[in-house]
Write a protein that binds this ligand. Structure first.
Ligand SMILES: Cc1cc2nc3c(=O)[nH]c(=O)nc-3n(C[C@H](O)[C@H](O)[C@H](O)COP(=O)(O)OP(=O)(O)OC[C@H]3O[C@@H](n4cnc5c(N)ncnc54)[C@H](O)[C@@H]3O)c2cc1C
Length: 505
C-alpha cells in the first residue's frame, strides 16, 4: 500500500518553504516536492546536503542559465534546456514572466527587498476572516526570520542610493534608510566580510558587495529560504525531495485512503511516480501553480469546478528600463543586490510607483566581451512597481498558458513612464523603457475571495469545493501589493499554515 502523506507541499519558494517550515515545526508529517536542485552554496554545504548544483557561472550561464522557456511556438511543455537551469521564462500571450527554479525558489535570484504592501489595508475586504491586522504578526515573524534590516549610511555600502543622492538636487533616496529591508548579512565591521555561524551550524559570509545578485549568492551573503526556513524544518522532520516535478493533482476515489494523488516526475530517474496525500499545498509560483490547477482540471480531469480560476492575474505594475548612465568612474555592479529606492525630487505624486535601482551584481560570473561588461557596469536597471488593476486572465490554450492583460487599463504604467522620463531629463542620460509587459512579480489567478465566484480559495487558503487542497503562494494574492511582494507571499503562507494547524488541533 502506497504511503499517504499528511501534507504534500509543491514548490519551495516563499509560499512553499514558509508553510512547510511552520507545519514541520508543529510536528506535522510534511513532504516537499521541488523540481529544481539544491544549490551549491556555503550555507547548503554546511547543512550537509550531498547533491548540490552550482549556480551557472562562466560558459554555464548559457547552458544552465535557463531551465525552460515557454512560448506560443514552442512545445506544449515549453522548451526544456536544463533540469538544473536557474531561470524560467513564460512568454505567455500579453505578458512575459521571469521566475527561478531550485530549492529555495525565487530567493536565489531576487534582489532581497523585504517589505509590507505599499497599498494601505491591503488584506482588508477580500474575505471576512482575513484582514491586515490578522496578517500583521505573520509579517513581523517572517521579516525577522529573513534576518534583514534597512541599510545605514555607516554600513559604507558601495552605490547605496541614500548615500549617492544625499546632496542631490534632482533625486531623493532618503526613504531607503527606513524601508524596505534588505535580507543580507550586513558586516559587523564595515569594509570586512567574515564567515559566521548563523545558528544551528549554518555557515554564511557577511556581505562583500560582490556576491548575492541575480545569479545567486554562493556564500550566503543574501538570505535564501533553503537555509533560513528549510534547514531548521528538516531537523524537525521535514522531507525535501529535490528534482521532483509535480505534473497534475487528482482527487482520489472515495475508496482510497488518501484524498489526493499528485503525479510527479522524478527527475533523477525520469520515471513518473504517484504521491498520495491527505492535504496538498500548492506553491509552485504563480505561473506553475496556475498551470497545475488548469491542466489538472482541463486536461487530466483530476479536478473540476473552480469557476474563478485564472481570473485576477496581475503584474504588480512592473515596468523596467535601462538607465544608460555611462559613468566612467562608476562600477554599479558592487553593492546590495538592489541599491535602494530613488525618486525624482520634482513633480512627485502620491500615486507614483515605487522606483528602485538595480546594479548587475554578479556580472563578473558572466562571460561577455570586455567592452560590453564595462558598459553594463556603468549603467543601472530601473524597476518601477505599483498597484495595477490585476484584471488579467490566464487560461490553457492547446496545453500552453495564455495570458490576456491590458497594460493600458492600469494608470500605474503611465505614471511609471512619466517617472522614467523625469529621471532621464534630470540626469541628462537616456532611459530605455521596455513597453511590452514584463514581470518578475506575477500574482493572482487562484486568488482569495469571499465565495467561489469571487475567488478560488477561502480565508484559510483552501480551494472552494476541495477540502485539503490549498494555495500558499503568489497565485493566492488578491491584488497587487504595489511593492516587493515576497513578504506578502511569506506572510500569507504563514497564515495558511496557522489556520491549518488551528483546524487540526
Ligand atoms: C530577478 C528577480 C528579482 C526579484 N526581486 C524581488 C525582491 O527584491 N523582493 C521581492 O519581494 N520579490 C522579488 N522578486 C519576486 C519574488 O522572487 C517572487 O515574488 C517570489 O519568489 C514568489 O514566491 P512563490 O513562492 O510564489 O514562488 P517561487 O519563489 O517562484 O517558488 C516556486 C518554486 O516552485 C518550484 N516549482 C515550480 N513548478 C513546480 C512543479 N511542477 N513541481 C515542483 N516544484 C515546482 C520552482 O522551481 C520554485 O522553486 C524577484 C523576482 C525575480 C525573478
Amino acid at each position: 500500500m502506497a504511503r499517504v502523506h499528511e501534507v504534500l507541499v509543491i514548490g519551495s519558494g516563499f509560499g512553499g518553504s514558509v508553510a512547510a517550515a511552520r507545519l514541520a515545526e508543529a510536528g506535522v508529517d510534511v513532504t516537499l516536492l521541488e523540481r529544481g536542485p539544491w544549490r551549491d552554496t556555503l550555507p547548503v554545504q554546511s547543512m550537509g546536503i550531498g547533491n548540490r548544483i552550482r549556480y551557472p557561472a562562466g560558459m554555464q550561464v548559457y547552458t544552465r542559465g535557463l531551465r525552460r522557456v515557454h512560448g506560443r511556438w514552442l512545445p506544449r511543455q515549453g522548451l526544456g534546456l536544463s533540469r538544473y537551469g536557474l531561470f524560467e521564462i513564460h512568454a505567455a500571450g500579453d505578458v512575459t514572466t521571469l521566475s527561478a527554479s531550485g530549492v529555495g525558489g525565487g530567493s536565489h535570484v531576487y534582489t532581497a527587498l523585504n517589505d509590507r504592501p505599499r497599498v494601505d489595508g491591503y488584506w482588508d475586504g477580500h474575505h471576512p476572516e482575513v484582514s491586515s491586522a490578522a496578517l500583521e504578526p505573520h509579517y513581523q515573524r517572517v521579516m525577522e526570520e529573513m534576518g534583514g534590516r534597512p541599510p545605514r549610511l555607516e554600513d559604507a555600502i558601495p552605490n547605496l542610493t541614500a548615500q549617492r543622492y544625499r546632496e542631490s538636487r534632482q533625486f531623493d533616496a532618503a526613504p531607503t534608510l527606513e524601508r524596505p529591508w534588505h535580507a543580507v548579512q550586513f558586516p559587523e565591521t564595515p569594509g570586512t566580510s567574515r564567515e559566521i555561524d548563523w545558528g544551528e551550524g549554518i555557515r554564511r559570509r557577511e556581505a562583500d558587495w560582490k556576491d548575492g545578485g541575480l545569479l545567486g549568492s554562493r556564500f550566503g551573503t543574501k538570505t535564501t529560504l533553503d537555509f533560513a526556513f528549510l534547514a531548521p524544518a528538516m531537523r524537525r522532520g521535514l522531507r525535501v525531495l529535490d528534482l521532483h516535478e509535480a505534473i497534475s493533482v487528482h482527487l482520489c476515489r472515495q475508496t482510497h485512503t488518501a484524498r489526493y494523488c499528485v503525479q510527479t516526475r522524478n527527475l533523477y530517474t525520469g520515471r513518473i511516480e504517484p504521491f498520495y496525500a491527505e492535504n496538498v499545498m500548492l506553491a509552485a509560483g504563480t505561473m506553475n501553480t496556475l498551470r497545475l490547477l488548469l491542466s489538472s482540471r482541463d486536461e487530466a480531469r483530476g479536478l473540476d469546478g473552480m469557476p474563478a480560476l485564472g481570473r485576477r492575474f496581475g503584474t504588480n505594475g512592473d515596468a523596467v528600463a535601462w538607465w544608460a548612465l555611462d559613468d566612467a568612474e562608476a562600477d554599479y555592479s558592487r553593492g546590495l543586490p538592489c541599491h535602494g529606492v530613488i525618486a525624482p525630487r520634482d513633480g512627485r505624486r502620491p500615486d507614483d510607483p515605487m522606483l528602485i535601482e538595480v546594479g548587475l551584481v554578479g556580472i563578473d560570473g558572466m562571460p561577455m566581451p570586455a567592452p560590453l561588461r564595462r558598459k553594463l557596469r556603468r549603467g543601472l536597471m530601473l524597476m518601477a512597481m505599483g498597484a495595477d488593476r490585476a484584471d488579467g486572465r490566464v487560461r490553457l490554450h492547446k496545453g500552453r498558458l495564455r495570458v490576456r492583460y491590458d497594460r493600458d487599463a492600469s494608470p500605474v504604467f503611465q505614471r511609471a513612464e512619466h517617472v522614467f522620463r523625469e529621471v532621464a531629463e534630470a540626469s541628462g542620460r537616456k532611459v530605455r523603457i521596455r513597453r511590452k509587459p514584463f514581470t518578475v512579480h506575477p500574482l493572482g489567478g487562484a486568488t482569495l475571495g469571499a465565495n467561489e465566484s469571487a475567488g478560488v480559495i477561502d480565508g484559510r487558503g483552501e480551494v472552494y469545493g476541495f477540502p485539503g487542497l490549498f494555495v500558499a503562494d503568489a497565485a493566492a494574492l488578491p491584488a497587487a501589493p504595489g511593492g516587493p511582494p515576497s513578504m506578502t507571499i511569506a506572510a500569507w503562507s504563514s497564515w495558511v499554515a496557522a489556520q491549518f494547524l488551528e483546524a487540526r488541533a
